[in-house]
Design a protein. Sequence first.
Length: 327
Amino acid sequence: MTIEKLIEEIITKYNAYLESKKQKYPRQCFIASDISDCDRCLIYSVLNWQDRAEVDNYLIAILEAGKEYERKVIADLLNLGFEIIEGQTPFEIKNRQGEVICRGKIDGKIKYSGNKYPFEIKTMNINMFNLINDIEDFSKKPLFRKYLRQIQLYLYGHNCEEGLFIITDLQKHYKLIPVYLDYGECELILQRLEKCWEYVKKKELPQMINDTRICQKCAFNHLCLPDIKSEGSEFIEDDELLTMLERREELKKYVEEYEEIDEIVKERLKVLTKPAFVGDKFLVEVKKTIYTQLNVKLIPDEIKKQYEEKKERIQIIIKNLEKGGTK
Ligand code: SF4
């Protein structure tokens, strides 16, 4: 019986430790590491910081492991003889009126050849790790796009032209991705921040975006929900429909996993120049076809306008209320 008691106590204490890491802190301005694709979400992050959906203990444990691993990466760099300076140095960005609208902290800078290179360490699971090979890959997912904005603001805030991402998979594998200050991109981010800051000051919100992939994972989607409800909702009593929605919910995680793995597998196999067997079960062929595509971006707007027509688009958004609107 003593061993059961010991296990129970370890679990209780570990869960209490994870719970203690869930504290929410007031935000006085935007945070460079949390600039979402959605302006409304960005504004919620300041105005409604206390309403952010809670993450579960499993995710907290992963985040804590990530932080621990980041310290290991820095220790590795030091052991390799590199000089790391300005760890966790804060910076702030002001608008034209001199108001602080964004703050951030860089992981550090590597001093090398008379220069200082800001770096940002990102730990991620092996599937995500395999998806990233160069800076363009950071445009693939909403979370990665946050990373891009974050590092551009770091470079801008520290007046540096170059920096790097250090990507790790928690298994001592690193990818080092160079990043160059992109003034055009920075200008767009700063314009967004300034515009959103005006909403914060007026305590107002812009329109919702229409992108279920982003809204599903948004930590504030339970706040957006009343907007939908206020349009007048009805209740559907249909057991069959309810059963299918529940089953759909169970299957959703497999679809995501399938899509992630499918992307990685195809990325690895696209280099094949002839059919190949993988084990004795899979035959892989890469077929290339040439097709003609109309590049609508090259057509002048006045020509495009002549052929515009209005069409109805139906979008069905299904939210799981039991998960506080989060995925
Ligand atoms: S639910 Fe969608 S529209 Fe609302 S804040 Fe989140 S991302 Fe933006």
